[in-house]
Write a protein that binds this ligand. Structure first.
Ligand code: SD4
Length: 342
């Protein structure tokens, strides 16, 4: 009798003591409200697939459905009008990484990244050579341009190639499309001319199975009107994502040119290794960048091998909340979660 009464009291007390995110495995967590990607990855884990399969197939889903126009083909045309893709995948058991950057003509960037990891001794392949590698591995080569990306490009051309990511160039870049010549360095506010920065939603995904195997990955088409050849943070290990099955994983989204200088995903995993809970690890990783760049667009998701998770973002312009997806056995279906930016 005493035990029967005591048990629910103990359970309630324990629930109050637990950290805020529910701790159940397996777990899939991804940046932004990309519900179908989350559902696909969750389904893969439920049907016995590996964490790498879950991350690859979840991100592939986003590439195929062109999540928010920021993932996959037909988005973010560069200064030549071409869509190029960045992606990476990391195996938290072996710490192997496969990544591609500035990939052209191949839609399934994360598939190619996984092929780099599993079919070569390399970590990162770039540009035309990455595309050739993909073709040799049987990926279909096709034009990544769509009517939408052509329209974005033509409007940009007719607007004198504004906005763009160039600075300290001559003649006045507000009137010309180049060729550009270097001029005296002025301390202009970086990216003041770009309006595109807020509309970018890279998928970063973490999957952890019930045995504590961890994988993480990213896929993106980068930034609209980027200088051709530009590579963002997403395919850079430790920046776009990082996974270590003895700890957990993290994945980032946002202004990659800034974020890659701080390796926020690596930092968050190291903080969790040293005992930080995922929410505070995420917050510290964002705060580290904020110290140097008060105004930057960025967010990060973190999870550990007990199934706890968290996220953080920088308060910037109109962004005061960050939305992400979580799938675990609590609900058995992807749920959208939000966090207030710091
Ligand atoms: C990049 N980090 O290429 C990507 C863009 C992004 O949310 O994540 N936007 O810089």
């Amino acid at each position: 009798m005493t035990v029967k009464l005591f048990a629910p009291v103990l359970l309630c007390t324990l629930m109050f003591l637990l950290p805020t995110s529910p701790a159940t495995l397996p777990l899939v967590i991804n940046t932004w409200p990309f519900i179908n990607a989350s559902a696909v990855a969750w389904q893969v884990l439920q049907s016995g697939g590996s964490v790498l399969d879950a991350v690859e197939q979840g991100c592939t889903r986003c590439e195929a459905e062109q999540c928010d126009g920021s993932v996959g083909y037909g988005g973010s045309p560069d200064e030549k009008g071409e869509t190029t893709l960045d992606a990476m995948i990391m195996n938290g058991d072996t710490l192997e990484v496969g990544a591609v950057a500035d990939l052209r003509r191949i839609k399934n960037a994360i598939g190619v990244a996984r092929a780099v990891m599993e079919r070569t001794d390399h970590t990162l392949l770039v540009g035309e050579s990455a595309s050739l590698f993909a073709e040799n591995m049987g990926f279909t080569a096709e034009d990544l341009t769509t009517n939408k990306s052509m329209n974005i490009f033509s409007q940009w051309l007719s607007n004198n190639c504004q906005p763009n990511y160039r600075k300290n160039v001559f003649p006045d870049p507000s009137k010309f499309c180049g060729p550009y010549k270097p001029t005296a360095v002025v301390n202009e506010k970086r990216r003041a001319q770009s309006t595109d920065i807020l509309s970018h939603d890279t998928i970063g995904m973490i999957a952890i199975d019930q045995h504590g195997h961890v994988a993480a990955g990213t896929s993106t088409n980068g930034m609209t009107h980027k200088v051709p050849g530009r590579v963002g943070d997403s395919p850079i290990p430790g920046s776009g994502a990082y996974a270590d099955s003895t700890v957990g994983a993290a994945a980032a989204t946002g202004d990659g040119d800034i974020m890659m200088r701080f390796l926020p995903s690596y930092l968050a995993v190291e903080l969790m290794r040293n005992g930080a809970d995922p929410s505070s690890a995420c917050k510290t990783a964002i705060s580290r960048i904020k110290k140097h760049h008060k105004e930057f667009f960025g967010a990060i998701i973190c999870a550990n091998t007990t199934g706890h998770y968290g996220a953080a973002c920088n308060k910037f312009s109109k962004i005061s909340k960050f939305h992400f997806m979580v799938s675990n056995s609590e609900s058995n279906t992807p749920l959208m979660k939000s966090v207030d930016c710091i």
